[in-house]
Design a protein around this ligand. Structure first.
Ligand code: GLU
Length: 440
């Protein structure tokens, strides 16, 4: 069966890694089954929603490669909600309420004080209605229908509707709360799978009855354990570990996707270059029940592994000028972030700064400069140079290689010297060796 999934953020803040993970799960499930991944902007709350956040959500998903097949906005679908609401009203499944928040709060406290569950108490039929007060609306749960579903992560779920308050679905100013419009949209858009965080489990219990009340079957549900970051629970408002920060830190989109796709599952984290490869291994049955821990250090590690194996064509559009296929082949194995490439370009084509060297190393480098002038640069120049110097100076190992690397690159470590030397070239190499030899 082709899966139709959706990612449904409320545009009240920027996406954080927790939301990105939910978006990714939905994307991967759809991709695996050749289905569709929809983006639904949950902007019924016109006061808290903002266009800047809508734009940043779309841009972040785009950067991550999680491109939706279609985008919907709840704020453009109010007519549909109105029609379905009227149907539920006619069927006696929504009812008007007039309590103030203070009254409700007091009632809750009384029930709790008596050791009872603080469930909303319906008023008897025909109770007096206050005049001139606009009602808010609740959905009437069917107390006789036990709520059950098999969650693809959590297994069999059971809820007794008598222990759940009839949820408020519409405010007195007629604005919509999240629960009902989401169900109306899931039906209308033929969503087959709802994958979201386990903070939505109780919502799902209520929504199961809403699907039924609207004459539809509920989609398959899967509630993933939450993601926790070092600073605690992730929050959109904190802006913690958002795409912007990760991007600015030089992290590749596929490093984030690779990590988030496997965090909290029994599968190992592997640096994958494409979403298609990640989708092949996507499997809800491997998802664990314990909270998953997100550590920015893990992203860095995956990023490094990814870069080391990434084809030039996969990064070409993000490389600084001067890094062509040959430079990428030379440097990719030594960087953690693309941002480090500028420094290596300077090593290849610019000026290097060599730290002060001991006298005997400088004398050795003067010999190295002479040897570099004598060797044949059309062949295996590094091998020949090293062999000649080993013969003439008796140096070997670190004593031989360290001063050469320092003089030629200004660094203690880096890519293999053979291709480096060939790329730096004859004139520049000899100049660097001589400069380092003369530097006290
Ligand atoms: N707008 C809801 C949220 O951001 C959507 C939840 C859902 O149905 O996936 O939590």
């Amino acid at each position: 069966m082709a899966a139709i999934t959706r990612f449904a953020p409320s545009p009240t803040g920027k996406l954080h890694v927790g939301n990105i993970r939910t978006a990714l799960h939905n994307y991967l499930l759809a991709a695996k089954h050749g289905g569709k991944f929809l983006l639904r902007i949950d902007d019924t709350d016109l006061e808290r929603s903002n266009e800047e956040h809508v734009a940043s959500i779309v841009a972040d998903l785009d950067w991550l490669g999680l491109i939706p097949n279609a985008v919907y906005r709840q704020s453009e679908r109010f007519d549909l909600y109105e029609r379905e609401f009227e149907k539920l009203k006619a069927a006696g499944r929504v009812y008007a309420c007039y309590e103030t928040p203070e009254e409700l709060d007091l009632r809750r406290k009384v029930l709790l004080g008596r050791g009872l569950p603080p469930v909303y108490e319906r008023k008897p039929e025909g109770h007096p209605v206050p005049e001139g007060v606009a009602p808010h609306w609740r959905f009437k749960l069917d107390h006789d229908a036990i709520i059950e579903w098999t969650d693809l992560v959590r297994g069999p779920q059971h809820f007794d509707p008598k222990l759940i308050s009839d949820p408020v679905i519409r405010r007195a100013d007629e604005s919509w709360l999240y629960l009902l419009p989401s169900v109306i949209d899931d039906i209308d858009l033929k969503i087959t799978h709802v994958l979201r965080g386990e903070d939505h489990v109780t919502n799902s219990a209520i929504q199961v009855q809403m699907f039924l009340a609207l004459g539809a079957e509920h989609p398959v549900f899967a509630h993933a354990a939450l993601l926790v970051a070092p600073e605690g629970k992730l929050s959109k408002r904190l802006g913690s570990s958002g795409v912007e920060e990760l991007r600015a830190a030089g992290i590749e989109p596929m490093a984030i996707n690779s990590l988030l796709a496997r965090l909290g599952t029994s599968q190992p984290v592997e640096a994958k270059a494409t979403l298609g490869e990640l989708a092949l291994g996507f499997d809800l049955s491997t998802f664990g029940r314990a909270p998953a821990h997100f550590d920015p250090a893990d992203v860095e590690q995956v990023n490094r592994k990814l870069l080391h194996h990434l084809d030039y064509s996969a990064v070409a559009d993000r490389l600084p000028e001067g890094v062509g296929e040959a430079e990428w082949a030379l440097l990719a194995g030594n960087i953690d972030h693309l941002g480090e490439l500028d420094g290596w370009l300077t090593v290849l084509d610019g000026d290097v700064v060599v730290p002060p060297l001991e006298d005997d190393d400088r004398a050795f480098l003067a010999q190295a400069a002479d040897a570099a002038e004598a060797v044949d640069w059309s062949g295996e120049v590094w091998t020949e140079l090293a062999a000649a110097l080993k013969d003439s100076t008796g140096r070997k190992g670190k004593a031989l290689f360290r001063p050469l690397r320092l003089a030629l690159t200004g660094r203690e470590s880096g890519p293999e010297m053979a291709p480096m030397l060939a790329r730096i070239g004859r004139e520049r190499s000899i100049r660097r060796l001589r400069a380092a030899a003369g530097r006290g």
